[in-house]
Design a protein around this ligand. Sequence first.
Ligand code: NIG
Ligand code: FE
Length: 414
Amino acid sequence: MHHLLITNIGLLCGLEKQGQERSRFCGTEMASLHTIENAWLYMEDHKIHSFGKMEKMDFFSAENVYDAEGRVILPAWVDSHTHLVFASSREAEFVDRVKGMSYEEIARRGGGILNSAKKLNEISESELFDKSLERLHQVVAKGTGTIEIKSGYGLTLEAELKMLRVIRRLKETHLIPIKASFLAAHAYPLEFKENHEGYLNLIINQMIPQIVDDGLADYIDVFCEKGFFSVDETARLLDAGWKAGLKPKIHANQLHYSGGVQVGVKHNAISVDHLECVGEEEIAALKNSNTIPTLLPAAAFFLGINYQPARKMIDAGLPVCLATDYNPGSCPSGNVPLLLTIACTQLKMTPEEAINAVTINGAAALEMSHEVGSIAVGKKANLIVAGKIPSYQYIPYNFGNNPVERMLINGVFL
Ligand code: NIG
Ligand code: FE
């Protein structure tokens, strides 16, 4: 059995007392990040076994002891929304946007998601895997210890399967836990531009059954937005997903007050993600639900659009979650430390709220709170060992830098 004892931890952050674990932190609960100064942490069989104050350290027969010499330890980030599997970058569109073109205009011209779909169809499965694995290593080095990855640049049965098989191979590397979402409803392919019914039938009658048969996805996703998939189309897809055993996690209210949040809540979505356009009605719908509101402010930052009203949502008592949205169009970065800075400076979330949003609430958005997202007895030991930083607040403060010195995954140093 694998054992590891860490001693002299300057600050052990994001912990939960035994018997008091929560699956999510709502509203004012997000304001506190529980910590122990000068702590020890013992891991056994890849899980967190126990922790406490150095003065009261019990004795263990650990084969491996690591002296943290005052370093800060936190739960690894849970990035619950990414499109990390893609064929190539899209910096030409970035330059077009810098010069004044909007994200929607670029999409209408056949750029954007359709541009990525073209490239995805051209690349071999093995090259796609190699590129994606490299990106996965990069985000793990910045503290991500659990991740969700979507398909959605295939837009044909074969190419969506190709993406989902790549995600499965990434899972099989056992680098970090991964959940997969099926996102064929990301954009209408050119051949179905005037035939929405045809594409919806393809998704519902062919893609969903095959993907479920092959066990390739945990969730179904839809880009519910003007110019993409309407509320009614989203509703049909979510019904079909539920019937086949795929729970919804959807893209909603990024560019418009589209009714996306309401249709997600109505279909018991696990989460509704983006939420730049959220007002009283959307907040009221979320209040009466178990659906997690997931904010993707790094995408709003990169597109230069309005930020999510995080304060209103937290003040309304919601379990706000943060994720990167790592993708080649609206957020070509899976950098969670930078996301934390954006959440603090632009959304006015406190460091405690932002860290809770991307740890315990990220875990809730992937239905994994029992396994990851906090330092609690019995959870997977997926942890960040930060360098010798003065506090956890220093992480969003010291923006652009990587606070991670080493990662522990399943209680083993990478
Ligand atoms: O979450 N908004 C929809 N999908 C992605 C962007 C996709 C792309 O531009 O490639 C997002 O922002
Ligand atoms: Fe996205």
